[in-house]
Design a protein around this ligand. Structure first.
Ligand code: HEM
Ligand code: HEM
Length: 225
């Protein structure tokens, strides 16, 4: 099972992930239409570019936007979840050993206890993200089983990774379970709303352009919108 998961399945999941990211980014780009979106993409490129950068940057900063400031608890859980969700898979020593072996390169690595703490934070914050969906009526009304499925898919590699790490119940079960759940997540990212991990930058940039040009950005100039 381990050989299958770290052999065929590893390559399959990585290929599906990379091709999926490329295809969905290309389709997003191709689908842009200034007349339908009512965003002046080409007319004022510099103002648009500045607006795009500003929007992406502010949303990546904790409490950087009105939206984040209005919901401080959500902001804490959101960043607690996302910092670990991005840093642990990329910089975990065990992952980088596999990267080195399979692809011939590796990234910087996290200290093992830092990885443990970040993983615990991911799990705790995910629990609060679920409770938020149940507790707040304005979020509950928008929530379907699909949102819980996405949360479960995202959390599974963190839970199983930690169980494998502590060797609870024997790592011969949890390690393969972990690798499989990680590979399922990788393949799900491009085709579910988890695609926000890369399309976030596209849609934020697009909205940022709109704000940078039409919605106030060029106020007081002779722009004819
Ligand atoms: C692509 C296939 C993957 C492989 C082959 C893999 C492999 C591993 C290995 C060998 C460990 C160490 C377990 C131990 O110490 O016994 C581990 C731990 C872990 N992995 Fe993965 N993994 C994969 C995907 C992922 C993904 C996609 C995520 C998250 C999105 C993830 C998150 C974690 C976490 C949170 C840990 C435990 C961290 C800690 O030590 O506290 N892994 N993984
Ligand atoms: C640079 C990469 C990423 C960015 C910029 C990003 C950004 C976001 C944003 C803006 C939201 C919406 C928050 C809201 O409801 O207001 C969100 C939600 C979410 N993200 Fe990410 N994300 C990234 C990567 C990831 C990754 C790698 C995972 C999974 C391992 C992930 C899992 C989730 C989940 C499960 C939710 C839904 C939370 C809920 O149900 O409340 N994200 N993300």
């Amino acid at each position: 099972m381990y050989v299958f998961l770290t052999g065929f399945m590893f390559w399959l999941s990585l290929t599906v992930f990379c091709l999926g990211v490329i295809v969905r980014t290309f389709l997003y780009w191709k689908g842009l239409s200034w007349s339908l979106d009512r965003v002046a993409y080409r007319a004022y490129p510099l103002a648009g570019f500045q607006g795009a950068l500003n929007s992406v940057w502010k949303w990546l900063l904790p409490f950087g936007t009105q939206g984040w400031r209005k919901q401080p608890l959500m902001t804490v859980f959101f960043f607690g979840f996302h910092i670990g969700a991005i840093a642990v898979p990329l910089f975990l020593l065990a992952h980088n050993l596999i990267l080195q072996e399979k692809l011939g390169f590796s990234l910087a690595t996290l200290d093992q206890s830092a990885a443990d703490v970040l993983t615990w934070i991911v799990l705790i914050c995910a629990l609060f993200l679920v409770l938020r969906r149940i507790a707040l009526p304005e979020v509950r009304i928008l929530t379907t089983w699909y949102d819980y499925l996405i949360l479960a898919l995202a959390v599974a590699p963190f839970l199983t990774g930690l169980l494998a790490r502590y060797e609870l119940g024997g790592s011969s079960f949890w390690l393969p379970a972990h690798i499989l759940s990680g590979e399922i997540l990788l393949m799900a990212i491009p085709f579910t709303k988890l695609s926000h991990a890369f399309l976030f930058f596209a849609s934020r940039a697009q909205l940022g352009m709109d704000y940078g040009i039409k919605r106030g950005g060029l106020k007081g100039t002779k722009m004819a919108w």
